[in-house]
Design a protein. Structure first.
Lengths: 292, 320
């Protein structure tokens, strides 16, 4: 790096200063853009329904705990904390299954030269391009036929086959996992699954963390599939509860303050999970670079 | 790691270990076949039947061949327009309006973060923050922006304070589309940045050094080195964004209460599909719509691939 700096002459120093300045201004702008919505959510969750209907304000009001109580005691959505627990169960299982099994598939394709592995890879890439909604109708019918409506199985099991996670892990394994490690483990008498679970998985940790957070967030915020599968109140996930409370807004019974409180409560756990894993996201993506 | 040193030992040992590969891919393949392929095929099978609820009366299922597709491609009697094409158009227009700034912002940010020359401070903070909008539910975003641009929202408060009259953003086609596109942009630019950053870090650093020794300007480096070498990951980003864009649903659904106002100009393909599955339970039409969506996705992905995939001979390690 030092050697590189020598090539920058004095004329370039002003341009360096300028590009830094412009970059920082741009970054601050983007930061405001990104955090503005969070600010609005917090403000809105502290205002009463009447205040929210009346117009807009930039400063918080005093109804935060009223809204919290309303949301907590709303029996039309069963019980909000139950919804959070349900969402957490589904999201956690989804994220574990997705990252473990899709990474295992990628590992299988990368490490073993079995017949048809190129074909398998191509088919999975092809599959990645099919939007989930395309097969939603058939999926709902299948779930009905199997009598699995109002269970979490149809939300959790399909997570095992996540093509985009596969694709990402494949790129990562190709660029970071030395096959010599697998060879060495064999020489030491390690069984193939043991090698994967205890020797290779730790190396894949950063990439797995990235895919885990992506999967967790996607599942936590998913409304489309759960809404087609679940119609028992005690099974509802958060996005369904939110849509029920929200749908009342157009009628007189609606409470905007409660809606924003539920949104706020729904965001807190993902933000915590994200902040906890974010150092992996930033570092992990970097390591799992896709070679051009 | 070059592919030659890798390939040799693998080939050698493959006799005894290759079959293990099947065990590793088995769960994925089995789950895919049952949870995705069967539903996919049965969805297409549904499209060949007349099957819907007329009030409380169940009509069908009766085999009608390709009638549902004929219905889809029959112009609406009221104004002679093809519904399915206008929904595809709406979806694509709103996607492009969001995806272009999304990719431009992401590229700029990725270049800023990876610039050896600028050495931006506080990178960890900025990188963490730009992904955060992705944590908010799409429906929550839709509500916030509905509030901001509503007739009593802050934008209109400013307009009125300056002597104007309230502008109904959601009653005008372009303002409604712009707001929907902007939300999609805001939700996804951080995600794209993370992916592009990974791509740039993967480029051999010595190329940048060589270029700067040869006196290349940053613009030259960006267009002659960064962009061409980043092409494979840009293709990936564009295709995944396109697939996501064709699935656009939550935001326009909530902002327009499912109506796609004004006069269906913000109604997307999946909103129409959702209407057939959920409201009218018209499974035949839903199947036909799904098949159409499938064809559109496939065709567009193919086009993106064709136009952006770099020539094969530039590629190292043809393991893909």
């Amino acid at each position: 790096m030092a050697s590189k700096m020598e090539y920058i002459d004095k004329g370039n120093k002003t341009s360096l200063f300028l590009s830094r300045l412009v970059s920082y201004i741009f970054l601050v702008f983007v930061t405001i853009l990104s955090l503005f919505s969070f600010y609005l959510l917090i403000i809105n969750s502290s205002r009463s329904n009447a205040q929210l209907q009346a117009g807009f304000e930039f400063l918080p009001k005093e109804h935060f705990f009223d809204n919290l109580a309303t949301a907590w005691n709303d029996t039309s959505i069963f019980f909000l904390p139950q919804g959070m627990l349900n969402s957490f169960i589904v999201a956690a299982l989804t994220c574990i299954l997705t990252s473990y099994f899709s990474a295992m598939t990628a590992y299988g394709v990368c490490v073993y030269d079995f017949k048809g592995r190129k074909l398998v890879h191509k088919i999975i890439i092809l599959v990645m391009m099919i939007p989930t909604q395309v097969s939603a109708l058939g999926f709902v019918q299948l779930v009905n036929n199997l009598g699995l409506t109002n269970t979490y199985w149809p939300l959790v099991i399909p997570a095992i086959a996540a093509p985009s996670t596969y694709f990402y892990m494949k790129q990562y394994i190709d660029s970071t996992l030395p096959l010599e490690i697998v060879e060495a483990a064999r020489v030491d008498g390690s069984n193939e699954f043991r090698t994967y679970n205890f020797i290779c998985m730790p190396i894949l940790k950063p990439a797995l963390a990235v895919q885990m957070i992506f999967a967790f967030v996607a599942s936590w915020n998913n409304f489309f599939t759960p809404a087609l599968i679940l119609d028992k109140k005690e099974m509802y996930t958060l996005p369904i509860m939110l849509s029920i409370v929200r749908s009342r807004i157009n009628s007189q019974a609606g409470d905007m303050g409660e809606v924003y409180m539920i949104i706020l409560l729904a965001i807190v756990p993902v933000v915590l999970v994200y902040l906890f894993l974010s150092k992996f996201i930033i570092g992990g993506v970097t390591l799992g670079s896709v070679k051009g | 790691m070059s592919s030659t040193t890798q390939a040799a030992p693998v080939k050698h040992k493959s006799i005894s270990y290759a079959r293990w590969g099947y065990f590793f891919i088995a769960p994925f393949v089995l789950v895919y076949l049952t949870c995705s392929l069967i539903p996919l095929l049965s969805t297409f099978y549904n499209s060949l039947f007349e099957n819907y609820m007329d009030g409380l009366k169940q009509i069908g299922p009766n085999f009608v061949g390709l009638d549902n597709f004929v219905t889809i491609f029959t112009p609406r009697s009221s104004d002679g327009k093809l519904e399915v094409l206008s929904y595809t158009g709406n979806t694509l227009i709103m996607w492009v309006m969001g995806a272009v700034p999304q990719i431009v912002f992401a590229l700029l940010l990725a270049v800023i973060f990876t610039s050896e020359r600028m050495k931006i401070k506080g990178q960890g903070f900025f990188k963490t923050v730009i992904y955060m909008p992705n944590l908010i539910m799409a429906s929550a975003f839709a509500m916030l922006f509905f509030q901001i641009f509503s007739s009593v929202g802050p934008i209109n408060q400013i307009i009125i304070a300056n002597g104007g009259s309230a502008f109904l953003f959601f009653d005008q086609m372009w303002s409604a589309r712009t707001i929907i596109a902007f939300i999609n942009f805001l939700m996804w630019f951080g995600n794209t940045t993370i992916l592009l950053m990974a791509g740039i870090m993967g480029i051999d650093q010595s190329l940048f050094e060589a270029a700067s020794i040869d006196g290349a300007s940053s613009t030259q480096v960006f267009f002659r080195i960064t962009i061409p070498l980043l092409m494979p990951i840009i293709v990936f980003v564009v295709i995944t964004a396109l697939i996501g864009g064709l699935q656009m649903f939550d935001v326009p659904q909530i902002i327009t209460s499912g109506k796609g106002n004004p006069s269906n100009t913000t109604k997307t393909l999946v909103m129409a599909l959702n209407g057939y599955i959920g409201l009218s339970k018209n499974y035949g039409m839903a199947g036909a719509y799904s098949f159409f969506l499938f064809i559109v996705t496939g065709a567009l992905s193919f086009i993106v691939f064709r136009f952006t995939e770099p020539k094969k001979d530039n590629k190292k390690g043809g393991k893909k």
